[in-house]
Design a binder for this molecule. Structure first.
Ligand code: NPW
Ligand code: K
Length: 517
């Protein structure tokens, strides 16, 4: 698993490597520019290409000058256009001095007609963008693109497209502020949150990580990093081993060691969501799954279930009685439950049992008026799986603050406040635990799964999580939630066009087999 570094974490990683004498800032810049030039040559493999490189005043601009030198050495025709009035300093100035090819003032050159480049490289601003892009810059970019011919040249961004916040994935200064979208973004050392969150994927185009010889991202560079914990990217290098350890039953396992999940079902004619969650829990590996429904819904569910068992549960007292069976090892409440007083009582009774529990949908919205009553009852083996609307109901202040901070920041604070694991759904799904750990599953770029935007997909995710935390998985709830998020997207991608939620549990065995289980 790799880490995703914020701008501040990237700076401290760089500073730590320089401080311990492993390399100099200029070494890092050289490796960044050289690696980017190679990645550009790999992406556009025809000989003697023509690149226009827009260089800004900071180290991102410095990288641009290194790219210029390496592309020129590889036989490319290269023009550097630098920002009006920008005089580089430090390492960037050294790299600018080493560039002995054509260099013009960006504003003047953009206004003049010239040969059409194949690639425009944005080295204006990276992780140091501190305020909205000057509107004049957007005009300059428009002029460069007019010269290049709309859509006829490829746009490559170094580290981060200028105007995009590398930390939040928002355009710095708001929706209407200027930003320079790219077709390919080359991120140095590690991905940054902004490449995955919010508008990041749309503005970055595609993402390639260019190593620059720094230590692995998941090893914090300082003993007590001043920049907070590093967010893990749920992108297993070896899915078979990772999945095998977390999903496959052991030789000595039987149905009870694999866990018994209790799913609370909805009223008559509202049982589909809970049935899908139950089926997902069983498919992903729970040894037994019982659906507990109001008495009036027994007949409907009996007619629809086989491997999933059925129990009667009129109210919270009945649930407490069911939970006297200590072999019920995990619970799932929410899919198909209305956000009402009965649901609130069921949730509080479930939480009182202290077992691994997933709360979703109605089980979350039932506490919209009294989130503190929910938080007071939660414990670290509870997983909340809100979508954005449910998150805003439970954490209205955090949803509001998202305008400044990132989705990761918001979910971290939410998990700390709730004292539980929180998974906030979306194309970029963020998971945070009460211990401060956070991870991001990015269903974007090559792992985009647009088919998941379908009724009931969230109910299936709840069931997957419940099934994965019911047995041995209870020892690492956060890790099992990561597996569930990954399998959810992987299964949607495996099924592809026409996916409906029922297909997810039934496609899961193929995904597990594909990965060697
Ligand atoms: N860290 C690492 O490990 C490595 C980092 N590397 C590279 O360094 C990049 C980060 O460099 P960086 O910190 O110099 O920031 P960068 O993005 O070039 O911009 C800063 C300059 O822009 C200015 N400025 C800011 N906003 C502005 C605005 N709206 N409009 C106008 N000006 C504005 C700001 O001026 P000031 O705010 O001080 O007025 C300052 O002069 C990183 O993305 C990567 O490419 C690699 O070389 C290798 C290893
Ligand atoms: K850039």
């Amino acid at each position: 698993m790799t880490g995703i570094l914020t701008s501040a974490q990237m700076r401290s990683t760089e500073a730590a490597a320089i401080a311990c004498g492993k390399c100099s800032g200029a070494d890092l810049m050289e490796r960044a520019g050289q690696g980017a030039a190679q990645a550009i040559r790999d992406a556009f493999p025809v000989k003697h290409r023509h690149a226009v490189i827009l260089c800004g005043p900071g180290n991102n601009g410095g990288d641009g000058f290194v790219v210029a030198r390496h592309l020129a050495q590889a036989g490319w025709r290269v023009e550097v256009l630098s920002l009006p009035g920008a005089g580089q300093s430090g390492d960037a100035a050294r790299m600018a001095d080493l560039w002995d090819g054509p260099r013009e003032d960006l504003a003047r050159a953009a206004a003049e007609a010239g040969a059409r480049p194949d690639v425009v490289i944005d080295a204006l601003f990276g992780t140091g963008l501190g305020r909205p892009l000057d509107p004049l810059l957007a005009d300059v970019q428009a002029a460069v693109r007019a010269r290049a011919g709309e859509g006829a040249c490829a746009r490559v961004a170094l580290d981060c497209p200028s105007g995009l916040s590398a930390d939040t994935g928002e355009v710095v200064g708001g929706e209407d502020a200027p930003v320079l979208p790219a077709d390919l973004t080359l991120s140095f050392h590690s991905p940054k949150p902004g490449h995955y969150l919010s508008r990041g994927p749309e503005i970055c185009g595609a993402l390639t990580v260019v190593p620059i010889g720094l230590p692995p991202e998941d090893v914090p560079p300082l003993e007590a990093p001043p920049t907070g914990p590093i967010t893990r990217l749920v992108a297993p290098a070896s899915p078979p081993r990772w999945l095998g350890a977390r999903v496959a039953p052991g030789n000595g396992d039987h149905k009870y060691t694999r866990g018994h999940v209790l799913v609370l079902g909805g009223k008559v004619a509202q049982g589909g969501a809970a049935r899908m969650a139950a089926r997902a829990a069983l498919r992903v590996g729970a040894g037994l799954v019982t659906l507990a429904v109001p008495p009036a819904a027994l007949i409907e569910n009996a007619a629809r279930l086989d491997a999933v068992m059925l129990a009667r549960c009129a109210d919270a007292a009945a649930l407490t009685e069911l939970l006297e069976d200590a072999r019920l090892s995990a619970l799932c409440l929410g899919p198909g439950l209305p956000p009402d007083a009965r649901t609130r009582d069921l949730v509080l009774a479930a939480l009182g049992a202290g077992r691994p529990t997933v709360l979703d949908a109605g089980a979350l919205s039932a506490f919209a008026d009294a989130p503190d009553a929910l938080f007071a009852a939660l414990h670290p083996r509870v997983v909340l799986t809100p979508h954005e609307g449910e998150f805003a109901r439970l954490f209205p202040d955090l949803a509001e603050a998202r305008r400044e901070g990132s989705k990761i920041d918001a979910v971290r604070v939410a998990a700390d406040r709730a004292g539980a694991v929180v998974l906030l759904k979306g194309a970029a799904t963020v998971i945070a635990g009460p211990d401060g750990a956070s991870s991001l599953h990015a269903g974007v770029y090559a792992r985009a799964a647009p088919w998941l935007g379908t009724a009931g997909a969230g109910d299936v995710l709840s069931g997957l999580i419940a099934g994965l935390i019911a047995g041995r998985g209870a020892q690492d709830v956060h890790g099992q939630v990561e597996v569930a998020a990954w399998l959810h997207v992987e299964t949607a991608r495996r099924f592809g066009p026409g996916l409906i939620a029922e297909d997810l549990p039934d496609t899961l065995p193929q995904v597990l087999r594909d990965h060697g289980l």
